[in-house]
Structure formats: structure tokens, C-alpha cells
Design a protein around this ligand. Structure first.
Ligand SMILES: NC(=O)c1ccc[n+]([C@@H]2O[C@H](COP(=O)([O-])OP(=O)(O)OC[C@H]3O[C@@H](n4cnc5c(N)ncnc54)[C@H](OP(=O)(O)O)[C@@H]3O)[C@@H](O)[C@H]2O)c1
Length: 271
């Protein structure tokens, strides 16, 4: 049995489907009733006791980074005899400046997992293709996409590939102790992604990049300022390279990573 946290999310949901498709027993740690191809266990990642209650018969845990009392949660996981933890970390764990809260919670989570005494695999995906859902509201009312950091190319990754890699880590040998940088097949700027999305949707989409001031105002409405500063450090000041393409998805899964066009086609209904 594999326990998947974040199972209603982009990456965890993809893992649940990949494990179910492979015929593996899956339990999803959820905060509400949902329709998933998995047994449900109600729990909260900020409450180690609720995670412990979901560990009966579990040999592997897919864990999100950055929750409260993670050392206690990992102690419960170890004491329950779990054989493998796969941590969903991020490229932010390898930024050049680590004194920001986004890098910090990933770096600290990685350290706790490494020190847990449970065999581990760490996944460091770059920006998810599914972040493109943030454009859906704009595209319901027009053909203009406005977004931050227009000059920054990112090798965005399909969450389905994150799920596929995590599933392999649980189902095949040889993945313990590995740190996997997960990217899609090519680095694209926002304007490139808008052009691809437009072709897929059959619409004449126009990209209009935010100035830094506009981006700040937009982001500060959605997240705390220290997080906004972190993303400016990553992308405006270049503290994080998410443009380099790595061969990891194909090496682990045996198939090429999904392209942004494929992701857009699979999710066209959302736009
Ligand atoms: N998005 C990116 O570009 C990106 C890039 C690199 C790394 N990451 C990492 O990947 C993580 C997940 O990203 P995602 O896009 O899959 O996020 P997401 O779709 O928003 O999913 C988050 C998941 O976490 C669950 N969750 C939130 N708080 C919880 C809690 N207290 N206890 C239990 N479950 C809780 C949510 O469940 P509910 O349905 O109950 O809310 C949901 O299933 C991020 O947090 C980040 O660390 C993301």
C-alpha cells in the first residue's frame, strides 16, 4: 500500500492515477471526501497523529514539503515500518540564494527526509505546466494573457510526469537515495507558451508581459510579500535556473516527457 499526500493536487493526483493504473494499492490522505481511484484516509499534514493513523499496512509514502512538525510526521512514518518516502521538493531547493522562505521550506524538508532513517527519493520538479491554469480566468473573457517575468524561459514539467516518476520510485528498485530534477523537454518563455496554447485552442492569443511593478502588485494580492520577494529573486534576479532541460523523466519512466502542447491539448477544456 502506498499513501499519497496531496492526492487532490496536480502532482499527487497524477501519482494516484499512475499507481492505480499499475494495479498498486493506493491510499489517499485527504481533508475532504473526493472521488479518487484510491482508498481515502482523512488527515492533515500539519497533524502528525492524523498521518500516523493512515499508515496501517503502508510501505511507501509520497510526502509534500513544508508542513508543520514534519520531523514528528517522519518519526511516525519510520516507526510504522514504512520502507520508502518520496518527497515532492522543488528546484527552489537548489537556488543560489537559500535565505528566502520558498527555498528554505524545501531545503529543510529535504534535510528532514534525509535524516529520517527511512529510505528516500527526492523529486525536484521545475514549475508545473498546470500553473498555466492561472491564465484560465483571463482567457474566459478575452484573448490577452498577462503574466510575470516575460523574459524568463522555464522547462515546465507536466504533473503527469512527476506522478509517473514517483510511481516508478515506489514500484521499481534502484531509486532510493536519488535526487531527481524533473523538467519538460524544452525551455519556453511565457510568450512561447501562450503561442502554443493559442494554436491548441485555435485562438489568436496575445501575450502582454507584466512590468515588474505590475507583477509585484498582482503577486502581493495572492501571496505574502516574502514569497513574492522569493519569486523575484528566482526569476527577476536569476537566482534559480529552471531553463536547463534534464533527461530524468525519460531515464526513470522510459518515455519522453510530455510537451507543453500535449499538456495544453489534454487540458484545453479549462480555457
Ligand atoms: N506548482 C509548481 O510550479 C511547483 C513547482 C515545484 C514544486 N512544487 C511543489 O509541489 C507542491 C504541490 O503542488 P501542486 O501544484 O500539486 O499543488 P496543489 O495542486 O495546490 O495541491 C496541493 C495539495 O496539498 C493538499 N494539502 C494542502 N494543505 C494540506 C494539509 N494541511 N494537509 C494535507 N493536505 C494538504 C491539498 O489538498 P486539499 O484538496 O485538501 O486542499 C492538495 O491535494 C507545492 O506545494 C510545492 O511544494 C510546485
Amino acid at each position: 500500500m502506498i499513501l499519497v499526500t496531496g492526492a487532490t493536487g496536480n502532482a499527487g493526483g497524477a501519482l494516484v492515477r499512475a499507481l492505480a493504473d499499475a494495479g498498486a494499492d493506493v491510499r489517499a490522505l485527504v481533508r475532504r471526501d473526493v472521488d479518487l481511484p484510491a482508498e481515502l484516509a482523512h488527515g492533515d499534514l500539519n497533524d502528525p497523529g492524523s498521518v500516523a493513523a493512515a499508515l496501517g499496512g503502508v510501505r511507501g509514502v509520497f510526502l509534500l514539503a513544508g508542513y508543520d512538525r514534519m520531523a514528528d510526521t517522519l518519526a511516525e512514518i519510520r516507526d510504522a515500518g514504512v520502507e520508502h518516502v518520496v518527497l515532492l521538493s522543488a528546484g527552489a531547493a537548489e537556488a543560489s540564494e537559500l535565505d528566502n522562505p520558498v527555498s528554505r521550506y524545501h531545503v529543510e524538508s529535504e534535510a528532514l527526509v534525509r535524516e529520517s532513517g527511512v529510505p528516500w527519493t527526492i523529486l525536484r520538479p521545475r514549475t508545473f505546466m498546470s500553473n498555466t491554469f492561472q491564465w484560465a480566468d483571463q482567457l474566459k473573457t478575452g484573448n490577452i494573457v498577462r503574466a510575470a517575468f516575460p523574459d524568463v524561459a522555464v522547462a515546465t514539467v507536466d504533473p503527469a510526469d512527476i506522478g509517473a516518476v514517483a510511481a516508478q520510485a515506489f514500484l521499481a528498485d534502484g531509486h532510493a537515495g536519488q535526487v531527481y530534477r524533473l523538467t519538460g523537454p524544452e525551455a519556453l518563455r511565457p510568450a512561447d507558451r501562450v503561442a502554443i496554447l493559442g494554436r491548441v485552442l485555435g485562438r489568436d492569443l496575445v501575450f502582454d508581459g507584466f512590468t515588474d511593478e505590475e507583477a509585484r502588485a498582482e503577486m502581493e494580492a495572492a501571496m505574502p510579500k516574502p514569497y513574492v520577494d522569493a519569486f523575484f529573486g528566482f526569476f527577476a534576479e536569476g537566482h534559480l535556473d529552471e531553463a536547463t532541460v534534464y533527461p530524468t523523466v525519460e531515464k526513470v519512466t522510459g518515455r519522453a516527457p510530455g510537451t507543453f502542447a500535449q499538456w495544453a491539448a489534454a487540458n484545453a477544456a479549462a480555457f
